[in-house]
Design a binder for this molecule. Structure first.
Ligand SMILES: [Zn+2]
Length: 208
């Protein structure tokens, strides 16, 4: 008699949700699975092996990942974080600069936030934000910093710099706000100084 003996991996669904699939390059449904290899007899699983491991499977492309893939935020979550960080940064610059009633500065502030939150942000939303956005932007900037590279952190800080420069050179309050925001974004003082220098040059020589 021929005995057909082999092994097979079986999966048990443990959790489901949405994640950023690196293979698809977008937010997709996932299943977190507990995997275990079984010995099979005539293709029927009969004896489980002791070792188990976790797998995250994309519901779209079927690619398998280690569970650490779930540590990365989805595009939707990243977008919410970026909007929150930009609003916190701009309000911080406005409050510390003491020029939140200047229409030119307010227009620039609205423009900078609309760049990351296009839907329905205007001067009245800005007025609400000046009241309700937390006074200390550090926690939000700190949270997003770990998901941004150096260029991404710089691009975010520049939004605050443009608001500060809307009515002329930095005042002391604006400068210290930008420097504190740079620290919260885990940028070095030299990197922040470079960003400030570039921003000043582009204001002094528009179009260059
Ligand atoms: Zn996928």
């Amino acid at each position: 008699m021929v005995i057909i003996w082999g092994t097979r991996v079986r999966y048990r669904i443990h959790a489901e949700g949405e994640f950023f699939c690196p293979e698809c390059g977008g937010d997709r449904p996932y299943r977190k699975l507990l995997a275990r290899r079984w010995f099979t007899l005539f293709w029927i699983p009969v004896i489980p092996r002791r070792r188990v491991w976790w797998v995250v499977a994309c519901g779209e492309c079927g690619h398998h990942y280690r569970p650490a893939v779930l540590d990365k935020p989805t595009i939707a979550a990243m977008s919410r974080m970026l909007q929150g960080a930009a609003r916190a940064l701009v309000m911080y610059v406005l409050r510390n600069g003491g020029n939140q009633d200047n229409p030119v500065v307010r227009r620039q502030a609205v423009e900078q936030i609309r760049a990351v939150r296009p839907e329905g942000y205007d001067d009245s939303t800005l007025e609400e934000d000046l009241f309700c956005v937390p006074r200390d932007p550090a926690p939000m900037l700190n949270q997003i910093a770990e998901h941004l590279d150096s260029a991404g952190r710089e691009a975010l800080l520049v939004r605050g710099v443009r608001v500060a420069l809307a009515d002329g050179p930095f005042n002391a309050g604006e400068l210290s706000a930008i420097q504190a925001a740079g620290r919260a974004l885990e940028m070095t003082p030299a990197h922040v100084a470079g960003v400030l220098l570039m921003a000043r040059r582009s204001v002094d020589n528009p179009g260059s």
